[in-house]
Design a protein around this ligand. Structure first.
Ligand code: NDP
Length: 294
């Protein structure tokens, strides 16, 4: 029987681990869960029938998943870990840092464990419906060993390169999210100050070439409604845009828009808050323009 373990039962990890638990129940496997705040793991076991991980049972896991805020958090978890099974695979679904991945892979390799960086996109909705996109960095052979498990919570699994490539693609994707979200917010602020009805303006934009996921989904559902439901924290988006900026610098790229967007996301997280939903970045644009995007 295959034993999986999932570490980090946050907004994403909770539903992802639930899919692995259902997969284990259907295939006679075991699904262990661990969370820093133990109450969340106990709730998971209660709700989904997963098994609370112990140091002994973690040493029996064939595949270990993690989904934590940052690569630094994974470093902490790895440093405190008990024994791991030789031949196991560690799949890190954190939106991590490409520079951390080779170091983490090397540390795990010393313990006989393979590492895949496997961040995800699709949001909490995609995690609940099991339709996430997984972008994988690492060895093809290691990916093939865990692919059936990834399929439990993913609609698409794409290998994008060697160790660190998954984190790199995720950071750039989210930098693009930040660019379109912010730029669309600026455009709506200008239109709002011109007295234009923003619902009608978005209807036009969404039938035209200015459309994006921000204009089609995020802003109508979260900003115009003034609900800003917190499913993906602004602090996490600022972190992702910052990783993209690190990549701009480390590759000696010229990418002023990405660099500026990282600074804007950091400003928004500092001023509006890091635990609010990422779409609340537009509250900073509202302050800058004395206008409400509604
Ligand atoms: P949450 O803040 O909801 O959850 C974070 C989880 O990490 C919690 O289980 C928390 O434990 C745990 N954690 C935090 N710090 C540590 C630490 N030092 N040691 C051990 N555990 C720790 O985050 P999300 O689930 O939203 O995001 C997780 C990752 O997924 C991030 O990298 C994010 O960028 C990415 N992501 C998020 C998406 C979203 O829509 N939310 C979409 C795609 C990717 P505790 O309960 O104890 O606080």
């Amino acid at each position: 029987t295959l034993t999986t373990a999932f570490l980090g039962l946050g907004a994403m990890g909770t539903p992802m681990a639930a899919h692995l638990t259902r997969h284990a129940q259907a295939t006679d496997g075991r699904s262990l869960v661990w969370n820093r705040t133990a109450a969340r793991a106990e709730a998971h076991a209660q709700t989904y029938g997963s098994e609370l991980a112990t140091p002994d049972s973690l040493a029996e896991a064939d595949v270990l998943f993690s989904c934590l805020p940052t690569s630094a958090d994974l470093d902490e978890v790895l440093a405190a870990l008990p024994a791991l099974k030789r031949g196991a695979v560690w799949v890190d679904c954190t939106s991590g840092h490409p520079d951390a991945a080779p170091r983490q892979a090397a540390a795990l390799a010393e313990r006989g464990v393979a590492f895949l960086d496997a961040p995800v996109s699709g949001g909490t909705g995609g995690a609940v419906s099991g339709q996430l996109t997984v972008m994988v960095g690492g060895a093809e052979a290691d990916l093939e060993r865990v692919r059936p498990l990834l399929d439990a919570f993913a609609g698409r699994v794409i290998r994008v390169g060697n160790t660190g490539a998954g984190f790199a693609v995720k950071a750039i994707n989210n930098a693009l999210l930040a660019v379109t979200l912010w730029a669309t917010g600026e455009g709506l602020a200008v239109l709002g100050r011109s007295g234009v009805k923003l619902g009608a303006a978005l209807e036009v934009i969404n039938a035209s070439s200015g459309r994006s996921n921000a204009s089609q989904n995020l802003i109508p559902a979260r900003v115009l409604t003034r609900e800003f439901p917190a499913t993906f924290g602004l602090g996490l988006l600022a972190k992702d845009a910052g990783i993209a900026l690190d990549m701009v610098n480390s590759t000696h790229s010229s990418a002023p828009m990405l660099a500026q967007t990282a600074a804007l996301m950091r400003a928004a997280a500092n001023i509006v808050g890091s635990d609010v939903d990422h779409t609340a970045a537009l509250r900073l644009i509202e302050q800058m323009n004395k206008v409400v995007i509604e």
